[in-house]
Structures are given as structure tokens and as C-alpha cells.
Design a protein around this ligand. Structure first.
Ligand SMILES: [Mg+2]
Length: 199
């Protein structure tokens, strides 16, 4: 079995991020949104607010104590434990540079010292240079990439890298043939191991 270089998205793949951001939004607005209500990755489509409001509330959330207490996606702890001895794992997140230290501490606390490196691409917030996920995958020579955002998986798959779409309520639409849906972390492990055997 080939030792693979695996690129992993952070929010909604490792962190149960949209559950927590719904709680944060609900506390502010007296609403009761939950993970399963989110039929679009773009929170403004569900909440009926502006994109700028989403950008602002995410920034407030990142600076809050609640953000330090986010919990992992179901199944991810066991899956990372299974994958890390046989493969090299990298985190590739749209989050801003200013969250790097907090992110590394969270990953260490939840999964142990198993990730080779953490890459913040400053997609929506922060002052650091903006990069693309496909660009980082290329720099790291990633063999397989996992993300819940269809656009990110297509962008990476277009460069010839195997891409898995981590199933979520907001991505349950038809996807291009060169992207493969993974229905859970158990399914991610299965698909990664199959890919490693065929590589
Ligand atoms: Mg994500």
C-alpha cells in the first residue's frame, strides 16, 4: 500500500463548525438554526442576511471563547488514528493566519501530534497572503484531498489530484464525475485505503 500525502480541510471535515456557528448565531438572534437546516454552504442563503454579515459574525466567532471549545466531527478521531501511521496528513484551511496557533493547539488536543503541517490560506479573513487550496495541494504534492465545499473539490480534482467530497446537507446535489462523495469518516478511510492500494 502506497504511503499517501493527504490534504484535509478543517471546518466541517474535522471541526463540527457549522453546528457551532449556528449555536453562536442563535444566541445572538433568538433563532433555532441547526446543522441539518443548512442546504447551502453559504450561510447567508439560510439566514437571509448579507454576505458581509456572515464575514463579520465569523470574525467575531473566531475571536470568541466559544471558538476554542469547538468539537470534532463524528468519527474523525478514530479515522485520524487509523490513517496517521500509514499516511502523511496535512491541514489545508481557508481560515486566516491569525488562527494558526489556536488551530494547531486544537488539533494537538483532539488528535495528538499527527499532522505534518497546517496551512492557512486566508480565503475570506485576515491580512496574510491569499492562496488557493489547489495551489497548496500542488506545493505539498498531495495525492488525495478531502473537503465539504464542492467548489474546492472540483478545483483540486481539475489539477489531477484525487478529491473526496465530505457529505453534508449543503452539498447534496449532483457532483462532477471526477469528484467522489464520501458519506462519513468511515467511508473516507475506506476510499483512501482503496486508493492507496491501487496507487
Ligand atoms: Mg470545510
Amino acid at each position: 500500500m502506497k504511503r499517501l500525502r493527504i490534504g484535509l480541510d478543517l471546518d466541517n471535515v474535522l471541526i463540527d463548525f457549522y453546528s457551532h456557528i449556528c449555536d453562536y448565531y442563535n444566541a445572538r438572534h433568538g433563532t433555532s438554526w441547526k446543522y441539518s437546516d443548512l442546504k447551502s454552504w453559504y450561510l447567508e442563503h439560510t439566514w437571509g442576511c448579507s454576505n458581509q454579515y456572515v464575514v463579520d459574525i465569523l470574525d467575531d466567532f473566531y475571536h470568541s471563547d466559544e471558538h476554542k471549545l469547538v468539537t470534532p466531527i463524528v468519527g474523525s478521531t478514530k479515522a485520524i488514528e487509523e490513517l496517521s501511521p500509514s499516511h502523511d496528513l496535512f491541514i489545508i484551511t481557508s481560515k486566516p493566519d491569525y488562527l494558526k496557533k489556536q488551530t494547531e493547539e486544537w488539533l494537538l488536543n483532539q488528535y495528538g501530534d499527527v499532522f505534518k503541517s497546517v496551512h492557512m490560506i486566508n480565503q475570506y479573513h485576515g491580512e496574510g497572503p491569499r492562496r488557493t487550496k489547489s495551489g497548496v495541494c500542488e506545493e505539498l504534492c498531495v495525492d488525495i484531498f478531502v473537503d465539504d465545499h464542492i467548489g474546492n473539490t472540483v478545483e483540486v480534482a481539475d489539477t489531477g489530484v484525487k478529491a473526496l467530497l465530505f457529505d453534508a446537507p449543503w452539498n447534496r446535489v449532483e457532483i462532477p464525475q471526477h469528484v467522489e462523495r464520501a458519506h462519513s469518516w468511515e467511508d473516507v478511510v475506506l476510499k483512501i485505503n482503496l486508493f492507496a492500494e491501487s496507487a
